[in-house]
Design a protein around this ligand. Structure first.
Ligand code: GRG
Length: 299
């Protein structure tokens, strides 16, 4: 692990990720201009880059080369931004602001927002499939398959479908958990595993299983914290007890459990995540720091 303190490491990775994302969306890819400008608008200059940070932490932990870490980080962020652009559209959440600026369909138009998402999704796989990126081609295919599964109907897109179907419905805690393990959790889990898969070294199977469990815990933790932040922000500004999703008649951890129990759940998940890192010893320090960051993260 580098000697940098966590905030410095985070800022460094965020800067490196920003320039890698920029390079993957530059002049060679600029025709048709409006679509590519819209892709750059959606991707660059915003976001916490949580998924790239996780790829970096797991990649550094397992000795992955930087070029592969950057490619996997960009692929994850492209998929994430595609999901945000689509999620914000009128046919889904109908949001007008994202990362402090107008959403893609507001700044451009709906058709462009749809195409931005489509094109970012394929760009993600193009980057990860770059010839020569991995020496071990079967491992590269494994990484591509992992990202595809995490993004598709058995991952994020499936979770989103369940989310849309749950509007106005009463669902159980187990159903809410299933939805979020897929909708938000799948990409976060994939970020951790892709970081480790980027390493040329064979990893202990049990340690990898524990790492996967870590990814599952922090994926869920991320959503529980999101629901808490949403509810608290809304209570502060509107004097209400539930956030935007609940106001949209979508079930949340806070609407199902109440704020105090949602906070307990977040603490339990963070503890479970920390325990899962035991086989990785001191090398997992950045993942521990990222877990704590997710608990106390800004919006
Ligand atoms: C449209 C297929 C499809 C999927 C959409 C993840 C998702 C599925 C939609 C996002 C809706 C949302 C706001 C969920 C809450 C958790 C979440 C993913 C928040 C946004 O992620 P951050 O906080 O965002 O990492 P930044 O902007 O920091 O990258």
């Amino acid at each position: 692990m580098s000697a940098l303190k966590f905030p410095e490491w985070m800022a460094l990775v965020q800067r490196r990720t920003e320039s890698a994302l920029d390079e993957h969306l530059t002049a060679a890819h600029i025709v048709p201009e409006r679509l590519h400008q819209a892709m750059r608008y959606a991707v660059l200059g915003g976001g916490k880059r949580v998924r790239p940070l996780l790829v970096n932490a797991a990649g550094e932990m397992t000795g992955a080369p930087l070029a592969r870490i950057d490619a996997a980080a960009c692929a994850l962020e492209f998929i994430h931004v595609y999901s945000l652009a689509h999620d914000d559209m009128p046919c889904m959440d109908d949001d007008v602001l994202r990362r402090g600026k107008p959403t893609v369909h507001v700044q451009y138009d709906e058709a462009t927002a749809l195409l931005v998402g489509d094109a970012l999704q394929t760009r993600a796989f193009e980057v990860l499939a770059t010839p020569g990126l991995f020496d071990d081609v079967p491992r590269q295919l494994q990484a591509i398959a992992l990202l595809a599964q995490a993004s598709g109907s058995r991952g994020m897109a499936g979770g989103q479908a369940i989310d849309l179907a749950s509007v106005g419905q009463t669902i159980s805690l187990a159903e809410l958990e299933f939805m979020h393990i897929h909708k938000t959790g799948a990409l976060i889990r994939a970020a951790v595993m892709l970081g480790a898969l980027a390493s040329p070294q064979a990893q202990d199977a049990e340690a990898m299983a524990q790492l996967d469990h870590f990814g599952k815990c922090i994926g869920l933790l991320f959503q529980v914290v999101d629901d808490i932040l949403d509810a608290v922000a809304d209570t502060a500004t509107l004097g209400k007890t539930a956030g935007k999703d609940a106001a949209n008649d979508k079930p949340t951890y806070v609407s199902l459990l109440g704020l105090a129990a949602a906070r307990d759940l977040a603490r339990d998940l963070a503890e479970q995540a920390h325990r899962s890192l035991a086989p990785w010893g001191d090398t997992a320090q950045r993942l521990r720091e990222l877990t704590d960051y997710i608990v106390s993260r800004p919006f």
